[in-house]
Ligand binder design. Structure first.
Ligand SMILES: NC(=O)c1ccc[n+]([C@@H]2O[C@H](COP(=O)([O-])OP(=O)(O)OC[C@H]3O[C@@H](n4cnc5c(N)ncnc54)[C@H](O)[C@@H]3O)[C@@H](O)[C@H]2O)c1
Ligand SMILES: O=C(O)C[C@H](O)C(=O)O
Length: 308
């Protein structure tokens, strides 16, 4: 299994590190436009191999896509992150051009690859990659829901005073401060609905804290987060590499599922060796359906700024 990660910055390097530590890929190619940067990150990471006990070979390269040829999975993290006070949508002006050029170069050298899009605004960047490369919808996957759901579980465990491993929950919808839909109705602690243990007010707080999870970290760090994003991407790559058939919420191109068309939005999918093996349609209540429509409307507005 060969994986390429474009962007050797905070998220790209964290992603390469988690993939290597999990030891399921033979090779990770880290590519960046900044001269020598990916080479340096790759060398530093390779010097952790004997300490962390992995055999994955990580190589760094400056903007030479021939080194990425025949990658099974390509992850796009190139682009600028937001600063405190910004929204993800404000990044579109710079990141759209980067994501379009990078996805085209990747697909040219790896026509059979599965693309995972991370750069923000992610739902719109996934849509752009799907439209501009023309790859089958099974092979373009936006990463947002896996991260947002991990943050939801963190906040649920905090509210419950429980270990995170006792908690389960999922976030659907757009990867934005207002568009995320943490499904509190369906979240559980050891299979019991969390509504048994938490008041409606406390659950509302969990929901709001989850939605602004990225903004909260951006305010603390001065730039956006990287550990949990890198871990989320590596779990998705592992699900594909090991044909795990695991369910993650991912931003995928919809053709009628959840009553939507011509948009990438976060819905539950099964990930396996072909990328998206199945889009899972769950029964949402009226309020959740209304939230999905509202979230989609905001993503469509951002998509409208693209030059396709
Ligand atoms: N979807 C998510 O859940 C999620 C999570 C975290 C971050 N992000 C997004 O990921 C992106 C990267 O964040 P970061 O913190 O790693 O930023 P960063 O600035 O640390 O790294 C970005 C890297 O991209 C490189 N780059 C820029 N243009 C390039 C090009 N054309 N080709 C190759 N490399 C190029 C830069 O040189 C830099 O090293 C941002 O857009 C951020 O908003 C998304
Ligand atoms: O918050 C951001 O801008 C980065 C990322 O989308 C995140 O959720 O951490």
């Amino acid at each position: 299994m060969k994986v390429t990660v474009v962007g050797a910055g905070a998220v790209g390097a964290s992603c390469a590190e988690y993939i290597a530590i999990k030891n399921f890929a033979s090779e990770v190619v880290l590519l960046d436009i900044k001269e020598g940067f990916a080479e340096g990150k790759a060398m530093d990471l390779m010097q952790t191999a004997s300490l962390n006990g992995f055999d994955t070979k990580i190589t760094g390269i400056t903007n030479d896509y021939s080194a990425t040829a025949d990658s099974d999975v390509c992850v796009i993290t190139s682009g600028i992150p937001r600063k405190p006070g910004m929204t993800r949508e404000e990044l579109i002006g710079i990141n759209a051009g980067i994501v379009k050029a990078v996805s085209s170069s990747l697909v040219k050298h790896s026509p059979n690859t599965i693309l995972i899009v991370v750069s923000n605004p992610m739902d719109t960047m996934a849509y752009l990659a799907a439209k501009s490369t023309g790859l089958p919808k099974q092979r373009v996957i936006g990463m947002g829901g896996a991260l947002d759901s991990a943050r939801f579980k963190y906040r649920l465990a905090e509210a419950l005073g429980a270990p995170i491993s006792d908690v389960d929950g999922m976030v659907l919808g757009g990867h934005s401060d207002t568009g995320m839909i943490p499904l509190t109705r369906l979240a559980t602690r050891n299979s019991f609905p969390v509504t048994n243990f938490l008041s409606a007010d406390r659950l509302e707080q969990v929901k709001e804290d989850t939605k602004v999870g990225g903004a909260t970290l951006t305010k603390l760090l001065g730039t956006s987060a990287w550990y949990a994003p890198g871990a989320a991407v590596s779990s998705m790559v592992q699900a594909i590499a090991c044909n795990q058939m695991k369910m993650f919420p991912c931003s995928v191109f919809l053709e009628g599922e959840y009553g939507m068309k011509d948009i990438c939005l976060g819905v539950p999918v099964i990930l396996g060796k072909n990328g998206i093996e199945k889009i899972v349609e769950i029964d949402l209540n009226d309020a959740e359906k209304a939230n999905m429509l509202e979230s989609a409307e905001a993503v469509r507005k951002t998509n409208g700024l693209l030059e396709l």
